[in-house]
Design a protein around this ligand. Sequence first.
Ligand code: PLP
Length: 392
Amino acid sequence: MNSIDIQKKDQQYIANTYKRFPVALVEGAGAVARDPEGKEYIDFTSGIGVNCLGYADKGWADAISAQAHKLQHVSNLYNTQPDVEAAEMLCRYTGFSRVFFGNSGAEANEGALKVARKYGMEKHGEQCNTVISLKNSFHGRTITTLSATGQDTFHQFFFPFTEGFKFVEAGDIEGLNNAVDETVCGIMIELIQGEGGVVPVDSEFVKEVARICQEKDLIFIIDEIQTGISRTGTFLCYEQFGVKPDVVTLAKGIGGGLPLGAVMMNGKTADVLGFGQHGSTFGGNPVACAGACYVLERVMKPEFLEEVKRKAVYMKKKLQALSQIKSVTGLGLMLGAELEDGLTAGEAAGKCVEEGLLVLTAKTKLRFLPPLMIGYDEIDRGIEILARVLQR
Ligand SMILES: *Cc1c(COP(=O)(O)O)cnc(C)c1O
């Protein structure tokens, strides 16, 4: 099929939930994707932070295909090797105690919310079931994770939403303290609000969240679905904030391109969920977890993290040097750019695609989540295209 064939069939048969660019992608290598006609696209998106090792990484593809040839799935009634290996790597690196594997970010956050509610109920009584989250946050698309998302546009159509959420402005320490009462069992935050516009959350505020959770025995959940897996220059972003959450949720980059999500639980939360209280048919899938083991092995290496940091500095400087960019936010290879008057972010993204550069938007900003192994030359080529688009 050529690009037009694919687009036509997409419009006819696929649910209308995505506003896609008029591009079909059929293959890729590293930070470059190709359409059926052979046109190349520099990738500053990683499929929204998923393909952390780029397209078709050889070692990753070998790991998942070897696993597919051996054992692609068993039910969760039996033990398998890839999930225990991935969980061990996660726990050893982070100091967390246990991992629950699911298939997506929203599913990971659902698991985390279940942990917080059950902990609250058992420790503090049945009234203790409210989770505080931040305004402008994004936590997923299920009914409950939409409820946890602090943006009004997500609270439409699908009533009734799950009860038990309260929202506080990021940075508003007084508001946070006022919101905590005997109904609150946990606080869930992102450290950089990704979908919200690549907005870093103030570190003093994050420390205050940690302090209150400690003092009031609440569950401190950090949603690292976008910031985790070495995206920001440390394996998990919270390492840079000097806090220790009780629960961390992961997805996006962890499987290197296969669907996988994880709830990581510390000593306080590891045994909150017991037999029969949570589960997922595909959770811990051997093929996805074999991919995760390969990804983790690579991205946890200190040299790899150093390289991410170096490239991040390089890319941020190049973006800041463009006169049409007003400001650059974010950490590591998770960057947002506010544009000067002229093209909107959406228009600029559309023009970039035409010119062979894939970029994301978040609210009014352009958003960049390149694969973590992107080369300096590819950063250069991508920024050249961006500069050309913005100049016009
Ligand atoms: C993408 C994202 C989610 C949702 O992940 P899905 O895999 O799409 O369910 C949740 N939280 C954050 C911070 C995200 O970036």
